[in-house]
Design a protein around this ligand. Structure first.
Ligand SMILES: NC(=O)c1ccc[n+]([C@@H]2O[C@H](COP(=O)([O-])OP(=O)(O)OC[C@H]3O[C@@H](n4cnc5c(N)ncnc54)[C@H](OP(=O)(O)O)[C@@H]3O)[C@@H](O)[C@H]2O)c1
Length: 263
């Protein structure tokens, strides 16, 4: 469908990649609902979205993706506020780093709820609503390039996101012919609070200055730099846009060329 006036829900959208995506879709003339746990961060993000002249309206809902009842409330509220959802962007928060030896059962349970089950519940509700609408819709999951090249410290993220990739493929199959497309965008390293925390950790652990720590991460990438959130949001805008109408059931990795897997 036409991007103008689209009703978009972006989860974990008050900061970082989620916010960049919300902003990019708002600039295309969408109405946007975002969520996060922190009210003041949400308020700030909503004001910025509303400042985009093309934006047809922006709302923030406090909701923790780790809570089933809050995920359900979020979707219902987004439907109420926009009278429907044409585009769902499932973005999320972070999981603790750790290995099979260090992660506890509670870490596994929390990740299952926050990453995998929130994605299942939101996409199931959106699929039902979009299928019933004559306009179809788009669902995109923001996961991680680690799904394809598992890095040891991101075990929880990689396991849950591999599950999301399967859910996405399944949904794309069952929704084919209903005008609903389902895709996955899998980022490598992008410049957000998360990566800035990683840089801080490197500075502490390896006694590097900020430039040295940043260069260490950037130099691991063939492009010699970390991606920007705007570069990621451009891809998402394309994937959910009308120019990509034959794109379905696909995972697109965006990592500046760092992945070694030939797909
Ligand atoms: N940046 C990267 O390089 C990169 C690469 C691959 C994958 N990813 C993944 O992409 C996602 C976003 O990363 P980012 O770098 O943009 O992070 P970020 O800058 O830290 O932003 C995270 C956003 O998620 C919200 N959030 C966190 N936990 C939440 C929860 N339980 N419920 C609802 N909202 C929550 C935060 O708001 P509140 O704190 O107020 O809740 C914030 O708006 C993460 O899942 C990350 O693993 C990022």
């Amino acid at each position: 469908m036409n991007e103008l006036g689209r009703r978009v829900l972006v989860t974990a959208g008050s900061n970082g990649l989620g916010f960049a995506i919300a902003k990019r879709l708002a600039a295309d003339g969408a109405q946007v609902v975002i969520c996060g746990r922190n009210q003041s961060a949400l308020n700030q993000a909503v004001v910025e979205l509303q400042n985009s002249t093309a934006c047809k309206g922006a709302h923030g809902i406090v909701a923790d993706l780790g809570s089933r009842s809050e995920v359900d409330m979020l979707f219902d509220r987004a439907i109420e506020l926009m009278d429907g959802v044409d585009c769902l962007v499932v973005n999320s928060g972070h999981m603790p780093y750790g290995t099979i030896e260090t992660l506890s059962d509670a870490d596994w349970d929390d990740s299952y709820e926050m990453l995998l089950m929130s994605a299942v519940r939101l996409s199931r509700a959106a699929a039902k609503q979009m299928k019933a609408s004559s306009q179809g819709g788009d669902i995109v999951f923001v996961t991680s390039a680690g799904v394809h090249e598992a890095t040891s410290h991101l075990l929880l993220s990689n396991v849950m996101r591999a599950g999301i990739a399967v859910v996405a493929k399944h949904l794309a199959d069952v929704l084919s012919n209903s005008g609903v497309r389902v895709n996955v965008v899998a980022p490598g390293y992008f410049d957000t609070g998360r990566v800035r925390n990683r840089i801080d950790a490197l500075m502490r652990e390896q006694r590097l200055d900020r430039q040295g720590a940043t260069e260490q991460i950037a130099s691991a990438n063939p492009s010699g730099r970390i991606g920007t959130a705007d570069e990621l949001s451009e891809l998402v805008a394309f994937v959910v846009g009308s120019r990509a109408r034959y794109l379905n059931g696909t995972t697109i990795v965006i990592d500046g060329g760092s992945g070694r897997l030939v797909t």
